[in-house]
Write a protein that binds this ligand. Structure first.
Ligand code: GLY
Length: 425
Protein backbone atom coordinates (compact mmCIF):
# COMPACT_ATOMS: atom_id res chain seq x y z
CA UNK A 1 0.00 0.00 0.00
CA UNK A 2 1.29 3.47 -0.92
CA UNK A 3 0.40 6.38 1.36
CA UNK A 4 0.69 10.10 0.60
CA UNK A 5 0.81 12.47 3.58
CA UNK A 6 0.27 16.20 2.99
CA UNK A 7 2.13 18.47 5.41
CA UNK A 8 5.57 19.34 6.74
CA UNK A 9 5.48 19.51 10.53
CA UNK A 10 5.93 17.39 13.63
CA UNK A 11 2.39 16.06 13.28
CA UNK A 12 3.16 14.78 9.78
CA UNK A 13 6.44 13.21 10.96
CA UNK A 14 4.51 11.41 13.71
CA UNK A 15 1.86 10.26 11.22
CA UNK A 16 4.54 9.06 8.79
CA UNK A 17 6.26 7.17 11.64
CA UNK A 18 2.99 5.49 12.66
CA UNK A 19 2.07 4.67 9.06
CA UNK A 20 5.46 3.08 8.32
CA UNK A 21 4.87 0.71 11.26
CA UNK A 22 1.90 -0.81 9.45
CA UNK A 23 2.84 -4.12 7.81
CA UNK A 24 0.45 -3.22 4.99
CA UNK A 25 2.38 -0.11 3.97
CA UNK A 26 5.17 -0.43 1.41
CA UNK A 27 5.76 3.21 0.48
CA UNK A 28 5.19 6.57 2.15
CA UNK A 29 5.45 9.88 0.28
CA UNK A 30 5.27 13.15 2.21
CA UNK A 31 4.63 16.47 0.54
CA UNK A 32 6.47 18.64 1.22
CA UNK A 33 7.90 16.89 4.33
CA UNK A 34 10.97 18.06 6.27
CA UNK A 35 14.51 16.91 7.15
CA UNK A 36 13.34 14.29 9.65
CA UNK A 37 10.45 12.98 7.58
CA UNK A 38 12.87 12.51 4.66
CA UNK A 39 14.61 9.78 6.70
CA UNK A 40 11.48 7.57 6.66
CA UNK A 41 9.41 8.79 3.69
CA UNK A 42 10.09 10.13 0.21
CA UNK A 43 9.71 13.92 0.24
CA UNK A 44 8.05 15.61 -2.74
CA UNK A 45 7.77 19.33 -3.08
CA UNK A 46 4.28 20.86 -3.17
CA UNK A 47 2.66 24.15 -2.20
CA UNK A 48 -0.02 23.41 0.42
CA UNK A 49 -1.82 26.62 -0.63
CA UNK A 50 -2.20 25.39 -4.23
CA UNK A 51 -5.18 23.05 -4.61
CA UNK A 52 -4.50 22.24 -8.26
CA UNK A 53 -0.83 21.43 -7.53
CA UNK A 54 -1.82 19.05 -4.71
CA UNK A 55 -4.38 17.32 -6.96
CA UNK A 56 -1.77 16.99 -9.74
CA UNK A 57 0.67 15.47 -7.27
CA UNK A 58 -1.92 12.92 -6.11
CA UNK A 59 -2.73 12.04 -9.74
CA UNK A 60 0.97 11.55 -10.46
CA UNK A 61 1.77 9.52 -7.32
CA UNK A 62 -1.44 7.43 -7.35
CA UNK A 63 -1.43 6.68 -3.60
CA UNK A 64 -3.81 4.08 -2.20
CA UNK A 65 -4.59 6.54 0.60
CA UNK A 66 -3.91 10.26 1.10
CA UNK A 67 -3.78 11.64 4.66
CA UNK A 68 -4.25 15.40 5.02
CA UNK A 69 -2.27 16.87 7.93
CA UNK A 70 -2.92 20.64 8.21
CA UNK A 71 -6.12 22.66 8.02
CA UNK A 72 -5.20 24.82 5.02
CA UNK A 73 -5.61 22.10 2.34
CA UNK A 74 -8.88 21.05 4.05
CA UNK A 75 -10.14 24.62 3.86
CA UNK A 76 -9.33 24.68 0.13
CA UNK A 77 -11.33 21.49 -0.46
CA UNK A 78 -8.53 18.97 -1.10
CA UNK A 79 -10.71 16.11 0.17
CA UNK A 80 -13.59 16.99 -2.19
CA UNK A 81 -11.10 17.41 -5.04
CA UNK A 82 -9.48 13.98 -4.54
CA UNK A 83 -12.81 12.24 -3.90
CA UNK A 84 -14.14 13.65 -7.20
CA UNK A 85 -11.14 12.03 -8.89
CA UNK A 86 -12.07 8.69 -7.31
CA UNK A 87 -9.19 8.71 -4.84
CA UNK A 88 -9.22 7.53 -1.22
CA UNK A 89 -8.49 10.36 1.18
CA UNK A 90 -8.59 10.69 4.96
CA UNK A 91 -10.01 14.01 6.17
CA UNK A 92 -13.26 16.02 6.12
CA UNK A 93 -14.75 17.71 3.08
CA UNK A 94 -14.56 21.48 2.81
CA UNK A 95 -18.13 21.82 4.12
CA UNK A 96 -17.46 19.55 7.12
CA UNK A 97 -14.14 21.28 7.86
CA UNK A 98 -16.14 24.47 8.52
CA UNK A 99 -16.26 23.27 12.13
CA UNK A 100 -12.68 24.58 12.18
CA UNK A 101 -12.54 27.06 9.31
CA UNK A 102 -15.44 29.23 10.55
CA UNK A 103 -15.69 29.87 14.29
CA UNK A 104 -19.11 31.48 13.70
CA UNK A 105 -20.36 28.34 11.94
CA UNK A 106 -19.03 26.17 14.79
CA UNK A 107 -20.66 28.30 17.53
CA UNK A 108 -24.07 28.31 15.81
CA UNK A 109 -23.79 24.56 15.19
CA UNK A 110 -22.96 23.95 18.88
CA UNK A 111 -25.95 26.03 19.97
CA UNK A 112 -28.32 24.30 17.50
CA UNK A 113 -27.30 20.94 18.91
CA UNK A 114 -27.25 21.88 22.59
CA UNK A 115 -23.56 21.08 22.95
CA UNK A 116 -21.95 22.98 25.85
CA UNK A 117 -19.91 26.00 24.77
CA UNK A 118 -19.35 29.51 26.18
CA UNK A 119 -21.98 32.16 25.35
CA UNK A 120 -21.24 34.12 22.19
CA UNK A 121 -22.33 36.56 19.53
CA UNK A 122 -21.33 36.41 15.86
CA UNK A 123 -20.86 39.95 14.52
CA UNK A 124 -20.51 41.19 10.94
CA UNK A 125 -19.57 44.82 11.64
CA UNK A 126 -17.98 47.02 14.33
CA UNK A 127 -21.48 48.37 15.11
CA UNK A 128 -22.71 44.83 15.88
CA UNK A 129 -19.63 44.30 18.07
CA UNK A 130 -20.36 47.53 20.04
CA UNK A 131 -23.87 46.26 20.73
CA UNK A 132 -22.83 42.68 21.55
CA UNK A 133 -20.06 43.53 24.02
CA UNK A 134 -22.59 45.30 26.24
CA UNK A 135 -23.96 41.81 26.99
CA UNK A 136 -20.61 40.44 28.21
CA UNK A 137 -18.62 41.16 31.35
CA UNK A 138 -14.87 41.66 30.84
CA UNK A 139 -12.58 39.89 30.27
CA UNK A 140 -14.13 39.35 26.84
CA UNK A 141 -12.85 36.92 24.22
CA UNK A 142 -12.64 38.20 20.64
CA UNK A 143 -12.10 35.60 17.92
CA UNK A 144 -11.40 35.78 14.23
CA UNK A 145 -13.96 33.76 12.29
CA UNK A 146 -11.47 32.23 9.87
CA UNK A 147 -8.19 30.32 10.12
CA UNK A 148 -5.55 32.34 11.94
CA UNK A 149 -2.68 29.90 12.69
CA UNK A 150 -3.20 30.20 16.45
CA UNK A 151 -3.26 34.03 16.41
CA UNK A 152 -7.01 34.56 16.13
CA UNK A 153 -8.05 34.60 19.81
CA UNK A 154 -7.65 37.80 21.82
CA UNK A 155 -8.55 38.02 25.51
CA UNK A 156 -9.55 41.62 26.28
CA UNK A 157 -9.63 43.16 29.74
CA UNK A 158 -12.21 45.84 28.87
CA UNK A 159 -15.05 46.50 26.42
CA UNK A 160 -12.97 49.24 24.81
CA UNK A 161 -10.06 46.88 24.06
CA UNK A 162 -12.53 44.23 22.82
CA UNK A 163 -14.00 46.76 20.38
CA UNK A 164 -10.49 47.73 19.29
CA UNK A 165 -9.46 44.09 18.76
CA UNK A 166 -12.58 43.38 16.71
CA UNK A 167 -11.88 46.49 14.63
CA UNK A 168 -8.33 45.22 14.02
CA UNK A 169 -9.73 41.88 12.81
CA UNK A 170 -12.23 43.56 10.47
CA UNK A 171 -9.64 45.92 8.95
CA UNK A 172 -6.92 43.27 8.66
CA UNK A 173 -4.57 45.24 10.93
CA UNK A 174 -4.25 42.28 13.34
CA UNK A 175 -3.92 39.25 11.07
CA UNK A 176 -2.99 40.76 7.71
CA UNK A 177 -6.28 39.76 6.08
CA UNK A 178 -9.71 41.18 6.88
CA UNK A 179 -12.32 39.10 8.65
CA UNK A 180 -15.93 39.20 7.46
CA UNK A 181 -17.15 37.99 10.85
CA UNK A 182 -15.87 38.20 14.41
CA UNK A 183 -17.02 36.08 17.36
CA UNK A 184 -17.44 37.71 20.76
CA UNK A 185 -17.33 35.12 23.51
CA UNK A 186 -17.71 34.71 27.24
CA UNK A 187 -14.37 34.19 29.05
CA UNK A 188 -14.27 30.92 30.97
CA UNK A 189 -11.65 29.40 33.24
CA UNK A 190 -10.39 25.88 33.82
CA UNK A 191 -7.93 23.35 32.45
CA UNK A 192 -7.77 22.84 28.70
CA UNK A 193 -7.94 19.31 27.31
CA UNK A 194 -7.52 18.19 23.69
CA UNK A 195 -10.07 15.41 23.09
CA UNK A 196 -9.46 13.99 19.62
CA UNK A 197 -11.70 11.41 17.96
CA UNK A 198 -11.76 9.60 14.67
CA UNK A 199 -15.02 9.63 12.77
CA UNK A 200 -16.25 7.80 9.68
CA UNK A 201 -19.13 10.25 9.26
CA UNK A 202 -21.46 8.29 11.53
CA UNK A 203 -19.47 6.69 14.32
CA UNK A 204 -16.88 8.08 16.72
CA UNK A 205 -13.79 6.48 18.26
CA UNK A 206 -11.84 8.54 20.81
CA UNK A 207 -8.06 8.75 20.75
CA UNK A 208 -6.28 9.20 24.08
CA UNK A 209 -6.80 12.68 25.56
CA UNK A 210 -3.87 15.09 25.81
CA UNK A 211 -3.02 18.48 27.29
CA UNK A 212 -1.15 21.10 25.25
CA UNK A 213 1.06 23.95 26.56
CA UNK A 214 0.43 26.86 24.21
CA UNK A 215 2.47 29.63 25.88
CA UNK A 216 6.18 30.06 25.22
CA UNK A 217 7.18 30.59 28.87
CA UNK A 218 7.32 28.26 31.85
CA UNK A 219 4.31 28.52 34.15
CA UNK A 220 2.17 29.21 31.04
CA UNK A 221 3.40 32.76 30.56
CA UNK A 222 4.25 34.88 27.52
CA UNK A 223 2.87 34.82 24.00
CA UNK A 224 0.95 31.95 22.44
CA UNK A 225 2.78 29.51 20.18
CA UNK A 226 1.74 26.58 18.01
CA UNK A 227 2.28 24.40 21.13
CA UNK A 228 5.45 23.95 23.21
CA UNK A 229 4.70 20.50 24.52
CA UNK A 230 1.96 18.09 25.36
CA UNK A 231 1.36 15.05 27.51
CA UNK A 232 -1.13 12.24 27.70
CA UNK A 233 -1.74 10.24 30.84
CA UNK A 234 -4.42 7.81 31.91
CA UNK A 235 -5.08 10.17 34.83
CA UNK A 236 -5.92 13.16 32.60
CA UNK A 237 -9.59 12.16 32.23
CA UNK A 238 -11.25 9.33 34.12
CA UNK A 239 -13.45 6.83 32.25
CA UNK A 240 -16.71 8.49 33.36
CA UNK A 241 -15.59 11.94 32.16
CA UNK A 242 -14.31 10.52 28.85
CA UNK A 243 -17.66 8.82 28.30
CA UNK A 244 -19.51 12.02 29.13
CA UNK A 245 -17.46 14.02 26.63
CA UNK A 246 -17.89 11.33 24.01
CA UNK A 247 -21.66 11.14 24.46
CA UNK A 248 -22.45 14.81 25.05
CA UNK A 249 -19.94 16.47 22.72
CA UNK A 250 -18.26 14.24 20.12
CA UNK A 251 -21.18 11.94 19.21
CA UNK A 252 -23.79 14.74 18.97
CA UNK A 253 -21.37 16.72 16.81
CA UNK A 254 -20.87 13.87 14.34
CA UNK A 255 -24.60 13.03 14.39
CA UNK A 256 -25.49 16.71 13.94
CA UNK A 257 -23.15 17.09 10.96
CA UNK A 258 -24.62 13.93 9.39
CA UNK A 259 -28.19 15.18 10.00
CA UNK A 260 -27.29 18.48 8.30
CA UNK A 261 -25.96 16.56 5.28
CA UNK A 262 -22.35 17.57 5.80
CA UNK A 263 -21.09 14.31 7.36
CA UNK A 264 -17.78 14.73 9.16
CA UNK A 265 -15.20 12.00 8.43
CA UNK A 266 -11.67 12.47 9.69
CA UNK A 267 -10.28 13.70 13.00
CA UNK A 268 -12.66 15.70 15.16
CA UNK A 269 -10.41 17.60 17.58
CA UNK A 270 -12.54 18.96 20.45
CA UNK A 271 -10.64 21.73 22.23
CA UNK A 272 -12.28 21.68 25.66
CA UNK A 273 -12.18 23.77 28.81
CA UNK A 274 -12.87 21.71 31.93
CA UNK A 275 -14.91 24.19 33.98
CA UNK A 276 -16.87 24.23 37.23
CA UNK A 277 -20.02 23.65 35.15
CA UNK A 278 -18.50 20.79 33.16
CA UNK A 279 -16.60 20.50 29.87
CA UNK A 280 -17.24 23.29 27.37
CA UNK A 281 -16.18 23.34 23.71
CA UNK A 282 -13.73 26.21 23.12
CA UNK A 283 -13.12 25.27 19.50
CA UNK A 284 -13.10 22.43 17.04
CA UNK A 285 -10.27 21.50 14.74
CA UNK A 286 -10.90 19.28 11.74
CA UNK A 287 -7.49 17.57 11.80
CA UNK A 288 -4.92 15.94 14.05
CA UNK A 289 -3.42 18.28 16.68
CA UNK A 290 0.19 19.37 16.67
CA UNK A 291 1.96 18.42 18.97
CA UNK A 292 -0.87 16.22 20.37
CA UNK A 293 -0.40 13.69 17.55
CA UNK A 294 3.23 13.11 18.53
CA UNK A 295 2.22 12.11 22.08
CA UNK A 296 -0.78 10.08 20.86
CA UNK A 297 0.87 7.89 18.20
CA UNK A 298 3.65 6.67 20.53
CA UNK A 299 0.94 5.01 22.65
CA UNK A 300 -1.00 3.50 19.75
CA UNK A 301 -0.47 -0.27 19.71
CA UNK A 302 -2.88 -1.10 16.87
CA UNK A 303 -2.42 -0.25 13.20
CA UNK A 304 -3.13 3.43 12.42
CA UNK A 305 -3.77 2.60 8.76
CA UNK A 306 -6.57 0.16 9.72
CA UNK A 307 -8.30 2.92 11.69
CA UNK A 308 -7.86 5.63 9.03
CA UNK A 309 -9.07 3.31 6.26
CA UNK A 310 -12.09 2.39 8.38
CA UNK A 311 -12.93 6.12 8.55
CA UNK A 312 -12.76 6.35 4.76
CA UNK A 313 -14.84 3.17 4.34
CA UNK A 314 -17.48 4.08 6.95
CA UNK A 315 -16.81 1.07 9.19
CA UNK A 316 -14.88 2.60 12.08
CA UNK A 317 -16.49 0.30 14.64
CA UNK A 318 -14.81 -2.68 12.92
CA UNK A 319 -11.32 -1.28 13.61
CA UNK A 320 -10.98 -0.86 17.39
CA UNK A 321 -7.79 0.88 18.51
CA UNK A 322 -5.53 -0.40 21.30
CA UNK A 323 -3.45 1.89 23.48
CA UNK A 324 -0.42 1.28 25.69
CA UNK A 325 -1.35 2.05 29.29
CA UNK A 326 0.63 4.75 31.11
CA UNK A 327 1.63 8.10 29.70
CA UNK A 328 3.54 9.97 27.03
CA UNK A 329 5.04 13.42 26.63
CA UNK A 330 6.31 15.54 23.76
CA UNK A 331 8.59 18.47 24.55
CA UNK A 332 9.13 20.94 21.71
CA UNK A 333 12.59 22.41 21.09
CA UNK A 334 12.22 25.76 19.35
CA UNK A 335 14.48 28.31 17.67
CA UNK A 336 15.67 31.23 19.82
CA UNK A 337 13.25 34.15 19.33
CA UNK A 338 10.20 31.99 18.46
CA UNK A 339 7.25 32.83 18.38
CA UNK A 340 8.78 36.14 17.23
CA UNK A 341 11.49 36.31 14.58
CA UNK A 342 14.26 33.71 14.49
CA UNK A 343 17.03 32.50 12.20
CA UNK A 344 17.19 29.18 10.35
CA UNK A 345 20.07 27.04 9.18
CA UNK A 346 21.79 26.11 12.47
CA UNK A 347 23.20 22.55 12.55
CA UNK A 348 21.42 20.20 14.98
CA UNK A 349 23.72 17.83 16.85
CA UNK A 350 23.11 14.88 19.17
CA UNK A 351 20.06 13.44 17.38
CA UNK A 352 21.51 9.92 17.17
CA UNK A 353 22.43 9.82 20.87
CA UNK A 354 19.01 11.22 21.84
CA UNK A 355 17.24 8.54 19.79
CA UNK A 356 19.02 5.86 21.86
CA UNK A 357 17.13 6.83 25.04
CA UNK A 358 14.60 4.02 25.61
CA UNK A 359 11.02 4.85 24.61
CA UNK A 360 12.02 8.06 22.78
CA UNK A 361 11.00 9.14 19.27
CA UNK A 362 12.24 12.42 17.84
CA UNK A 363 9.77 14.04 15.48
CA UNK A 364 11.04 16.93 13.36
CA UNK A 365 8.80 19.98 13.04
CA UNK A 366 11.08 22.52 11.34
CA UNK A 367 14.25 20.95 10.01
CA UNK A 368 15.94 20.52 6.66
CA UNK A 369 18.69 18.27 5.35
CA UNK A 370 21.53 20.29 3.83
CA UNK A 371 24.46 18.30 2.47
CA UNK A 372 24.05 15.42 4.89
CA UNK A 373 23.54 17.72 7.90
CA UNK A 374 20.18 18.31 9.62
CA UNK A 375 19.70 22.05 10.24
CA UNK A 376 16.97 24.16 11.81
CA UNK A 377 14.25 25.37 9.42
CA UNK A 378 11.36 26.69 11.49
CA UNK A 379 10.19 28.14 14.79
CA UNK A 380 9.32 24.79 16.30
CA UNK A 381 12.22 22.54 15.37
CA UNK A 382 11.83 19.17 17.15
CA UNK A 383 9.21 17.36 19.21
CA UNK A 384 11.11 15.04 21.52
CA UNK A 385 8.54 12.43 22.46
CA UNK A 386 8.58 9.54 24.91
CA UNK A 387 6.18 6.94 26.27
CA UNK A 388 6.53 5.21 29.65
CA UNK A 389 4.50 3.57 32.43
CA UNK A 390 4.00 6.92 34.17
CA UNK A 391 4.02 10.62 33.28
CA UNK A 392 7.12 11.15 35.44
CA UNK A 393 8.84 8.40 33.48
CA UNK A 394 7.81 9.75 30.06
CA UNK A 395 8.97 13.27 30.96
CA UNK A 396 12.27 11.99 32.38
CA UNK A 397 12.96 10.16 29.11
CA UNK A 398 12.05 13.15 26.93
CA UNK A 399 14.25 15.52 28.97
CA UNK A 400 17.12 12.99 29.01
CA UNK A 401 16.98 12.88 25.21
CA UNK A 402 16.76 16.68 24.96
CA UNK A 403 19.94 16.99 27.01
CA UNK A 404 21.79 15.21 24.16
CA UNK A 405 20.53 17.63 21.48
CA UNK A 406 21.89 21.03 20.71
CA UNK A 407 21.57 23.83 18.15
CA UNK A 408 22.29 27.53 18.40
CA UNK A 409 19.52 29.34 20.29
CA UNK A 410 17.69 26.11 21.23
CA UNK A 411 14.91 26.70 23.76
CA UNK A 412 12.44 24.35 25.44
CA UNK A 413 10.11 24.52 28.41
CA UNK A 414 11.25 22.50 31.39
CA UNK A 415 7.79 22.29 32.97
CA UNK A 416 5.76 20.27 30.45
CA UNK A 417 3.17 18.27 32.41
CA UNK A 418 3.34 20.64 35.39
CA UNK A 419 -0.43 20.89 35.76
CA UNK A 420 -0.84 17.10 35.96
CA UNK A 421 2.16 16.69 38.24
CA UNK A 422 0.94 19.56 40.47
CA UNK A 423 -2.51 17.99 40.70
CA UNK A 424 -1.06 14.63 41.69
CA UNK A 425 0.78 16.11 44.70
N1 GLY B 1 -2.14 21.93 19.54
C1 GLY B 1 -3.05 22.84 19.00
C2 GLY B 1 -3.48 22.55 17.62
O1 GLY B 1 -3.13 21.57 17.01
O2 GLY B 1 -4.23 23.36 17.08
Amino acid sequence: MKVLILGSGGREHALAWAVTRSPRVTEVVCAPGNGGIAQIARPVSVDLKDLAAMARLAEAEKPDLTIVGPELPLSLGIVDELQQRGMRVFGPTRAAAMLETSKGFAKRFLQRHNIPTPNYAVCSSPAEVEKAIEMFHPPIVVKADGLAAGKGVIICESRATAAEAAQGLFTGALLGSSEQQVVIEEFIEGDEVSFLCLSDGQHVAPLIAAQDHKRIGEGDTGPNTGGMGVYSADSLLDAAMSDWILNHIAVPTVEGMAAEETPFAGVLYCGLMMTARGPQVLEFNARFGDPETQAIVVRLESDLIDALEACVDGNLLDAPMRWAPGASACVVASSGGYPGSYKNGFPITGLAAAAQVPGVQIFHAGSAQVGGQIVTAGGRVLGVTAAADSLDGALARAYQALAEISFEGMYYRRDIGHRALGAAK
